[in-house]
Design a protein around this ligand. Structure first.
Ligand code: SF4
Length: 457
């Protein structure tokens, strides 16, 4: 911060806690800005989209605000801010141009740990009753398949080993384009089928299959799918695509069909259970993680007991558990049956305890295995340990006696010797499990320099 001229706070508004954090950070930045001339502050993301000009009015130290569709405007807004011009841009865009972002610049791609995210769609048309995303991220729009595949190819060519396809409801990818193409075909008695660009009719499973063929790609993931958009092709993809990781983050939110209906999730607990069964038939070792909300309006002890039962039955490897947080403009705000904070807190703790024991059980079952790890860097546990993730998305902290530790982004095999509720503990023998030249990280070289070196070699 001491060296920066420009600070941008990227915001989340999924819960009010994150929103309040923004206000407290902006308060602190008033002092930072006053310490030197020529400093500027911007706010991005969902709170920016929601509040726009109101943020500029409330915080005089703030120079610019841009919403979820306006990332492309940052260079001009930042330049204007340094000339003393304050601005807010929150218009929604339906154009494909919004996917053509400066983040596609090679120096900003991925990270040195060999992983990158690729946006395939944005926005959401599902309007779950608790969720603010449809109003902050706008309507669902899919990116052109050819662009997604080209970006994925470039990333892999620059040394990326693991790609994660991103979208609010990622497996709804292309559904509106297919519907439009079908309607056109019906109108024109089949002629338009031949006229429609091939990838405007592509399913999410088709997109996965195309990306899975990119030579050099070791791992493919996607996040977050919605349970109602799994078709047979996508379920089968988990059996057929070798690079598709055996892990799905599959939001459940509640194990009670009554609560799911009030949440407008458009599926029942039984349908979720059946989906898990079909996915596990396709890929028996599949690790499933989830999101859960406790204390949703009207949630009774019996509803909560159903959540506990389903969590036990599915045996999630991990879950993100939240207390319900009322958000402006959402349908759940007008629901009756408010759950007291004390009850919600007790449910949160009970569910967290259950999840901790399930995670530990799943981790202990893996002691003695040899796991393939994509190395990320030094472990958060400190000491000389390194850390990485296995294909099931579990963190593996490992030690090694080898003289040269593996560089971030290397694929190695680690023997799992112990387990905690948070991670697996392993030992690395020194062998690199990689058919490509080992990554040599030059000290002092930027990521871009490193990538260029990899490409030119
Ligand atoms: S599908 Fe996900 S992003 Fe969309 S409204 Fe529901 S919870 Fe929000």
């Amino acid at each position: 911060m001491d060296d920066a001229d420009l600070l941008i706070l990227n915001t989340c508004s999924i819960r009010d806690k994150a929103e309040h954090r923004l206000y407290s950070e902006l308060g602190k930045l008033r002092e930072w800005k006053a310490l030197a001339r020529g400093r500027a502050v911007g706010v991005a993301g969902c709170v920016a989209q929601q509040q726009g000009d109101a943020l500029l009015r409330r915080f005089p130290q703030l120079d610019f605000v841009y919403g979820t569709h306006n990332l492309r405007r940052v260079p001009e807004m930042a330049a204007a801010a340094f000339r003393g011009v304050r601005d807010s841009q929150t218009e929604e865009s339906r154009s494909q141009e919004r996917f053509d972002l400066p983040s596609r610049h090679p120096s900003l791609e991925g990270d040195p740990a060999g992983r990158a995210f690729v946006t395939v769609m944005e926005g959401c048309d599902m309007f779950c009753s608790f969720c603010i995303v449809p109003s902050t991220r706008g309507r669902e729009i899919s990116r052109a398949g050819a662009e997604i595949v080209a970006e994925s190819r470039n990333l892999v060519a620059s040394g990326i080993r693991e790609l994660t396809l991103l979208g609010q409801t990622v497996n709804a990818y292309g559904r509106h384009d297919r519907r439009r193409a079908d309607a056109r075909a019906e109108r024109e008695a089949g002629a338009a089928l031949a006229l429609a660009p091939e990838d405007s009719r592509e399913s999410f499973a088709g997109l996965l299959a195309r990306i899975a063929k990119i030579p050099g790609l070791a791992r493919l993931r996607y996040i977050s799918p919605h349970p109602i958009f799994f078709d047979e092709d996508l379920i089968r993809a988990h059996a057929e695509l070798e690079v598709l990781c055996p892990h799905i983050h599959l939001p459940l939110q509640s194990g009670s069909s009554r609560t799911l209906e009030r949440m407008r999730r458009r599926h029942t607990a039984g349908e979720y259970r059946q989906l898990v069964e079909r996915l596990r038939e396709s890929r028996p070792d599949l690790a499933i993680t989830t999101d859960l909300i406790v204390g949703f309006p009207g949630e009774t002890d019996a509803d909560f007991a159903e959540t506990l039962a389903l969590v036990r039955e599915v045996s999630f490897t991990d879950s993100f558990i939240f207390k319900y947080s009322p958000r402006p403009g959402t349908a759940a705000r007008s629901l009756d049956g408010e759950v007291s904070d004390a009850v919600a807190q007790a449910r949160l703790e009970e569910l967290q305890d259950l999840q901790r024991s399930l995670t530990l059980q799943a981790h202990r079952a893996r002691v003695g295995e040899v796991a393939e790890i994509l190395v990320e860097g030094p472990s958060r546990r400190g000491g000389a340990q390194l850390s990485g993730r296995d294909p099931f998305h579990r963190i593996v902290n490992f030690s090694t006696e080898a003289e040269s530790p593996p560089a971030p982004g290397s694929l190695i095999r680690v023997e799992i010797v112990d387990a905690t509720p948070h991670s697996l503990i392993g030992v690395w023998s020194g062998a690199v499990d990689d058919d490509r030249p080992p990554r040599i990280v030059k000290m002092g070289a930027s990521i871009a320099d490193e990538r260029r070196a990899v490409i030119s070699s």
